[in-house]
Write a protein that binds this ligand. Sequence first.
Ligand SMILES: Nc1ncnc2c1ncn2[C@@H]1O[C@H](COP(=O)(O)OP(=O)(O)OP(=O)(O)O)[C@@H](O)[C@H]1O
Length: 513
Amino acid sequence: MLLARLAQVSREVAATSARSRKTALLAELFRETDPDDVPVVIPYLAGRLPQGRIGIGWKVLSRPVAPAGEPGLTVREVDARLTELAGVSGTGSQAERSRLVGELLGAATGDEQRFLFGLLTGEVRQGALDAVAVEGLAQATGAPPAGVRRAVMLAGSLQTVAEALLADGPPALARFRLTVGRPVLPMLAHSASSVAEAVQKLGAAAVEEKLDGIRVQAHRDGDTVRLYTRTLDDITDRLPEVTAAVRGLPGGRFVLDGEVISLDPGGRPRSFQETAGRVGSRADVATAARAVPVSPVFFDALSVAGRDLLDLPLAERHAELARLVPEPMRVRRTLVAGPQDVAAAEEFLAETLDRGHEGVVVKGVEAAYSAGRRGASWLKVKPVHTLDLVVLAAEWGHGRRTGKLSNLHLGARAADGSFAMLGKTFKGMTDAMLAWQTERLGALAVREHGWGVTVRPELVVEIAYDGLQRSSRYPAGVTLRFARVVRYREDKRPEDADTVQTLLAAHPEVTAP
Ligand SMILES: Nc1ncnc2c1ncn2[C@@H]1O[C@H](COP(=O)(O)OP(=O)(O)OP(=O)(O)O)[C@@H](O)[C@H]1O
């Protein structure tokens, strides 16, 4: 496929707000797509590079290059050139990268250059594109949209399903089943402002403690156990005590969903940083496990004895979980019949907070497990409400913070895939965080200014704030009051950050006319 064609469709999809038009444009593109091009076409459509970060600085990108007259670049050729570029290292690498970028841009027309520029700076991420792409794929191949959606959730990747569908047509969907050893994207939760609101919305529900640890999916087949994070990274080798605990359970073949958390000897949770540091560290696992042991606490069963449970109601999945997993390794919960039981739900929340946990997740008992989605039937309630935002830029600090990137520019996802700045903060950072973010943001810089750097929008940071206020200085017309950093969320991608739309919806006091 020619890059020019992809760039054209990408532009047209971004320019129209009609979902049916977006779907039709993508369907047309997929009909022309060679299955071998899929590993490039899908990430490019979403504004992502298959190579991940390739470290081209703003200086290199901002040098004007005369465009080619005729489009001739194929997507595969562009990908090959970027792979070459990503591999350049050592002395003289800067000059070599600069030469390769010049060569690539010189082979591109003006339109293609603009597309490549967006891709290389990471300025536009069409995170919402996946859902439309699923429909486009269904339309292009004649497969049922629900079947494609399910396959994507089981494969954990649109790309894998697109390759199979474009190569073999709708029968390929049957290949995607929940399999022990192949992780699925976890179901996520929406927020509710109180348990009363959550119970009102859901009716009969399980109110579960919300543990502030790391999400883990545990797969077991006989003696083999594998553990995956919410981004489907395999972390089995880092958590021997969790692997052992899973191996000790009675069933021989299952997939469970839960959280790993580090508890102190009194059973209270240690800080999130301790658990996250433990799960994130590969070095000297045995020493780390002695210093900060973690335990799994499961809240769902996705497959037991070869039976796929995803489409069963929560109540039945819970019953399976209870058969398999003994009490201390299961999340605590209380069942409520509906709004009439709100007092019981509130009491459970209060007890949970007393035990040092961060809140509760209220789950509709009838709902299936919607893997890879923020299901409407899981509502989290936390007294301290935070936002996950993306760092767009950072300013050099003054005084004690001279030489450190300090004041962060924070963005939420906008409807068009870009990020809308909501405000700035230099509060809440420890010295260690300042040092870490200076290095990390330095590496992500795409543009240098006297005041600081603009960065590739990749780093997700959790922000506490006291409210919203109107402001004509910011693109969404609002800004955060007293924003402060809680922690970095390296387990999240920019596509997982909060959106302007959900933020506004959560603050009717500001948005009401
Ligand atoms: N009982 C529970 N049921 C479901 N998820 C739970 C539970 N206890 C803890 N969690 C964690 O809460 C997360 C659900 O909240 P959400 O999907 O919004 O992710 P999150 O943004 O990481 O949450 P937060 O930022 O609020 O910690 C899950 O991914 C899981 O890691």
